[in-house]
Design a protein around this ligand. Structure first.
Ligand SMILES: Nc1ncnc2c1ncn2[C@@H]1O[C@H](COP(=O)(O)OP(=O)(O)O)[C@@H](O)[C@H]1O
Ligand SMILES: [Mg+2]
Length: 377
């Protein structure tokens, strides 16, 4: 960063205020913007007016440094700012088509789907792909991986890196894993993330799962509004960080079956529309036999479409890759059989059985009008 981001580089912010702020986890000028005046005043005990002044100064400082855009901008300036949006390839043709090149920085991409549909595999794959060179579709950046379900596996990172001919050790070194033990801790990690993002040139933040701990802790109808409020805070923080630091953010969200739904797909995102409203892109993953379907559900500028992908050693892969692998394996088996049993003709190698194409017909059950989805636990 060219601009000085130290808190005391702001006019009128002396050692006392700097101390107060850093005690509350606000370590640089970016953090001030990310947290906003209301929160700053809450966590430091500072007068609201003072907090507002400081945050405004921070904003001005960053505008002057060209790090964030002004309050009033022309469409052409927005257009220019959007040119600085980076894209991270998924390493597959199918998903890159769906994302129109890859997942974007300055945006929150929500991936939702049922257990085992590949959300974590996708997050692992993107944690490797973001480290690729720009020519190869990456951003040469690091990763902050918030793991709330203890499903982060370095072994998977190693095999994905190897499949992409990258140095596994280097790739592992650039992924900072934060294991979150409860929802408050999960939020705290993000609140304190500024320094790590700077230090490790983080270009991708993963929250896998973004919703799980909140769901586990706030059970029952009585606590739903508190849960949504807290989750709302987390998700907004994530998207503000993505915007401010120009990095990509992936939030995963599990879906549950709703037996009361008779038409269409009986699953709905657990975060309800708190997550839906904040995420810039929403992707729905669905199992279809051995394959997976990814569907772009909500996007400001993508058509609603779906593609078929697969999961393999290399993480998310193109379905043709998976077919090649199965064909090889089948051929191997046949050869083995042939050498074992010499008297009988080996059968012709069967073409791989195709999973039937399943169309996802239903919209996810998100009501854009209500504050939250009352979900029976
Ligand atoms: N090494 C691997 N090779 C091929 N497929 C794998 C591998 N590891 C995991 N998978 C696939 O990923 C699925 C789990 O996906 P995951 O991303 O953990 O789901 P979730 O959406 O619950 O996070 C498994 O069912 C399996 O099909
Ligand atoms: Mg998972």
């Amino acid at each position: 960063m060219v601009e000085d981001l130290r808190l005391d580089s702001l006019e009128g912010v002396g050692p006392v205020t700097t101390r107060k702020l850093s005690d509350a986890g606000v370590h640089n000028v970016m953090d001030l913007i990310v947290r906003g005046p209301v929160e700053i005043s809450e966590i430091t005990g500072m007068e609201k007016d003072t907090a507002e002044k400081i945050v405004n100064k921070a904003r001005q400082h960053l505008v002057e440094g060209g790090l964030i855009s002004k309050d009033f901008v022309s469409a052409s300036e927005i257009y220019k700012h959007r040119q600085s949006i980076g894209k991270i390839t998924t390493g597959t043709n199918c998903l890159d088509t769906l994302f129109d090149g890859g997942i974007e920085t300055q945006a929150l991409t929500e991936v939702y789907g049922e257990f085992g549909c590949g959300k974590t595999q996708f997050a692992h794959t993107m944690s490797v792909m973001v480290q690729k060179s720009k020519e190869e579709g990456g951003l040469e950046g690091g990763v902050l991986y918030i793991d709330t379900e203890n499903t982060f596996r370095p072994e998977r990172i190693v095999s994905i890196a190897q499949a992409h001919e990258m140095d596994p050790e280097k790739v592992l070194d650039s992924i900072i894993v934060a294991r979150a033990y409860n929802s408050a801790h999960q939020t705290l990690i993000l609140e304190e993330a500024g320094a790590i993002i700077e230090e490790h040139n983080v270009k991708l933040i993963v929250a896998d799962s973004a919703v799980g701990l909140f769901r586990a802790e706030y059970l029952g109808r009585g606590t739903l509004s508190v849960r949504q409020q807290k989750l709302n805070h987390f998700v907004h923080l994530l998207s503000r960080i993505a915007e401010t630091y120009n990095c990509a953010a992936i939030a995963t969200n599990q879906v549950m079956a709703s037996p009361d739904v008779f038409f269409g797909d009986p699953t709905r995102p657990i975060g309800g529309n708190v997550v839906a409203h904040t995420s810039t892109y929403r992707i729905y993953f669905k199992k279809s036999g051995k394959k997976r379907i990814a569907r772009m559900v909500d996007s400001p500028h993508h058509p609603e479409e779906e593609v078929i992908f697969a999961l393999g050693e290399a993480g998310v892969i193109d379905p043709e890759e998976a077919e090649k692998k199965t064909k090889k394996a089948t051929a191997k088996k046949a050869t083995a059989k042939k050498t074992k049993d010499t008297t009988v003709e080996a059968p012709e190698v069967e073409p791989t059985v195709e999973a039937p194409e399943v169309k996802v017909v239903a919209e996810p059950m998100v009501d854009p009008e209500s504050d939250y989805e009352p979900i029976e636990e």
